[in-house]
Design a protein around this ligand. Structure first.
Ligand code: COA
Length: 200
């Protein structure tokens, strides 16, 4: 059975994963939601106005009272810069499985932040929430995301042709990845390799 805790604050070496707040809208818009270099790898189109971002964050914030809503802002601890977001979603209570999605602003790519955030959320999902399996998918023309998944121990399970059609009306083949809780525990020798701390 999955244990739901909502979106608690999670801290890693360099990052604070925390709830989003409305005042994040300006940074979220500037840092990733309006940037086509980022949105080309996501399903949703780049935002054209900050109001779109405000509406999106209002929706996220309104969901925080739900215990099964897990959506974190990724903040850099050193300077409190908002650099991205990560969420667990599509929980299936029959299987205990869910999916993960993540985004880091272009300016902060290739500095290990995506991996650090995903590793923390995977660890939180398996150790604290008792999730059975975490899955994710990336466009075949976005290999950096597959690299991140690999680095946290997710394995590629297949490729689904034309799984998505993006905002530019392009169909994309996607690679599907997953990691089982038992694989995670075997790899990390339960509780001995924790990278995160959870704020009470
Ligand atoms: C995918 C994403 C989150 C990665 O974030 P990040 O902070 O740059 O990730 P990391 O720095 O932890 O790791 C990136 C890895 O990809 C590698 N990489 C970068 N570009 C690459 C490319 N074109 N081909 C292969 N590997 C690539 C980097 O070298 C690094 O691997 P390494 O540590 O072994 O050198 C970020 O690029 C992003 O937000 N993209 C847009 C949104 C997105 O794709 N989200 C995921 C949807 S599934």
């Amino acid at each position: 059975m999955v244990n739901y805790f909502g979106t608690p604050q999670i801290e890693t070496d360099r990052l604070i994963l925390r709830k989003m707040v409305l005042s994040d809208a300006n940074k979220a818009y500037d840092h990733w939601l309006s940037d086509e270099r980022v949105s080309d790898n996501r399903v949703s189109a780049a935002h054209k106005t900050e109001l779109e971002t405000i509406r999106r964050i209002e929706k996220i914030v309104s969901n925080y009272p739900n215990k099964d809503f897990c959506w974190w802002a990724i903040e850099r601890e050193a300077d409190n810069e908002l650099i991205g977001e990560i969420d667990l979603y599509d929980f299936d209570n029959t299987t205990g499985n869910c999916e993960v999605s993540y985004t880091v602003g272009f300016h902060w790519w290739n500095q290990g932040y995506g991996t650090e955030a995903l590793m923390a959320v995977v660890e939180f999902g398996f150790l604290h929430m008792n999730i059975h399996k975490i899955a994710a998918a990336h466009n075949m023309d976005n290999p950096a995301s597959g690299k991140v998944m690999n680095k946290v121990g997710m394995v590629q399970e297949g490729i689904i042709r034309h799984k998505i059609r993006n905002a530019k009306n392009q169909y994309k083949d996607c690679a599907i990845y997953g990691i089982l809780q038992e694989d995670y525990f075997m790899k990390n020798e339960k509780d001995q390799n924790c990278i995160l701390s959870i704020a009470k």
